[in-house]
Design a binder for this molecule. Structure first.
Ligand SMILES: Nc1ncnc2c1ncn2[C@@H]1O[C@H](COP(=O)(O)OP(=O)(O)OP(=O)(O)O)[C@@H](O)[C@H]1O
Ligand code: NI
Length: 382
């Protein structure tokens, strides 16, 4: 089966924060693609680097953060492009899109963004209708009357009752769920090819969240819009995603079709995440919240970054860097970054199990010392 060129392809993207305490490798070489019409999930615990990853795609990283490497291609254009300079260091290439073009042509136009807190994205002193119309006016060539009609149509489309009346209301007059619908309306207003959503339903109650996810599914079907959906919640992933990237400490550790992720799980971290959510095929007593704290990206553990919390960790996991992982022969591809997979030829089976304090179920009992990088060396022999 051949695949078309993806709408978006991300290769080895790296973003770092240069802080007083040192360099935080928040996004440390991630690669993934988004096909046309696909809803792609980016999942992981707090601090995994999900928000930094999507801000990087849109080139919205602020000081002290900096994109330091990688390649991001969207519809054949280089949103991010780094090359090796004469000194051997990475530098931006001439092919990389200018900031000006990013702002004018890409952000909010070709790629729309939805954030978690609608109040941060909506201006409290203008009516919802005014803001939506302004947005449409900036991005599309319509008359004043057409613009208003279009705004009302979009409000109706995202399920806001009495859109003509609510057009004249202010953001504070909307409930949380309705405000989130307004943000989706704003995102749709410029007919983007890709919508990037950063935990937009996290603050909502489960019923309202379900309604928003249904809406996203409907819109995806109707307009064939692609989405990147950031969440820490695998039940949200199950609800809407076609494909999923699981992120841990700045790296993607597993990347799979949604069914494979749930029913052919390969990475112990994904397994742990799955154990922490309710599933129809398990009783509540079997639920196991993930314990242990994710180490900080400023001092990532050696080898596989998950090894200090992994119930299956062996010496090789601590000593060798698993790199980009292996791809299982599957269509679509299933990428796994774990030495347990037999395609890795590093002697996992013969390696000594590590003394990870895994209590009942999944309790890594991580302490600060364990989070320090070990001097024993990595794949480069350092
Ligand atoms: N301005 C900043 N300065 C320094 N470090 C930062 C900054 N912003 C983010 N980081 C670090 O980058 C890493 C990734 O953060 P990020 O916000 O992307 O995580 P996340 O996966 O989105 O988490 P959450 O689910 O809590 O939103 C964290 O270690 C965080 O401390
Ligand atoms: Ni975040």
């Amino acid at each position: 089966m051949t695949r078309n060129t993806p709408l978006l392809s991300v290769e080895n993207l790296q973003t770092q924060f240069f802080t007083e305490d040192g360099v935080v490798r928040a996004v440390d070489g991630i690669s993934f693609t988004v096909e046309e019409g696909e809803i792609v999930g980016l999942v992981g615990e707090s601090g995994a680097g999900k928000s930094v990853a999507i801000s990087s795609l849109l080139r919205l990283v602020d000081n002290p953060g900096q994109i330091v490497g990688g390649h991001v291609e969207f519809k054949g254009e280089n949103l991010i492009d780094f090359e090796e300079g004469p000194d051997g260091n990475l530098r931006q290439s001439d092919e990389m899109m200018s900031n000006d073009e990013m702002r004018k042509r890409i952000r909010g136009n070709e790629i729309a963004i939805i954030f978690q807190d609608p109040m941060e994205s909506l201006n409290p002193v203008y009516t919802v209708g005014e803001q939506l119309s302004e947005f449409i006016r900036l991005n599309r060539d319509l008359s004043k009357k057409e613009t208003k009609a279009e705004a009302i149509d979009i409000l109706r489309e995202v399920g806001i009752p009495d859109p003509e009346g609510r057009y004249n209301e202010y953001p504070h007059q909307f409930s949380g769920g309705m405000r989130q619908r307004v943000l989706i309306a704003m995102a749709l207003a410029c007919q983007p090819s890709l919508i990037v959503a950063d935990e937009p339903t996290t603050a909502l109650d489960v019923t309202v969240e379900g309604q928003i996810l249904d809406l996203v599914n409907d819109l995806q079907e109707k307009y064939n819009t692609s989405f990147i959906w950031v969440t820490h919640d695998l039940s949200v992933v199950a609800e809407i995603c076609d494909r999923v990237n699981v992120m841990y400490l700045g790296k993607i550790v597993e990347s799979a079709d949604v069914d494979d992720l749930f029913y052919d799980t390969q990475h112990p971290y994904t397994g742990a995440l799955l154990d922490s959510i309710p599933r129809p095929d398990r009783t509540v007593e079997e639920l196991n919240p993930i314990k242990g704290v994710m180490p900080e990206a400023i001092h990532p553990p050696s080898g596989c970054r998950f090894h200090p919390r992994c119930p299956d960790a062996r010496e090789v996991c601590r000593d060798v860097d698993p790199g980009d992982g292996i791809v299982r022969e599957k269509e679509p591809p299933h990428r796994v970054v774990c030495f347990k997979h037999e395609k890795y030829d590093v002697g996992y089976e013969e390696s000594q199990p590590l003394d990870v304090k895994v209590g009942s179920g999944f309790d890594a009992g991580l302490d600060r010392d364990r989070a320090e990088p070990e001097s024993r060396g990595d794949a480069n022999g350092n």
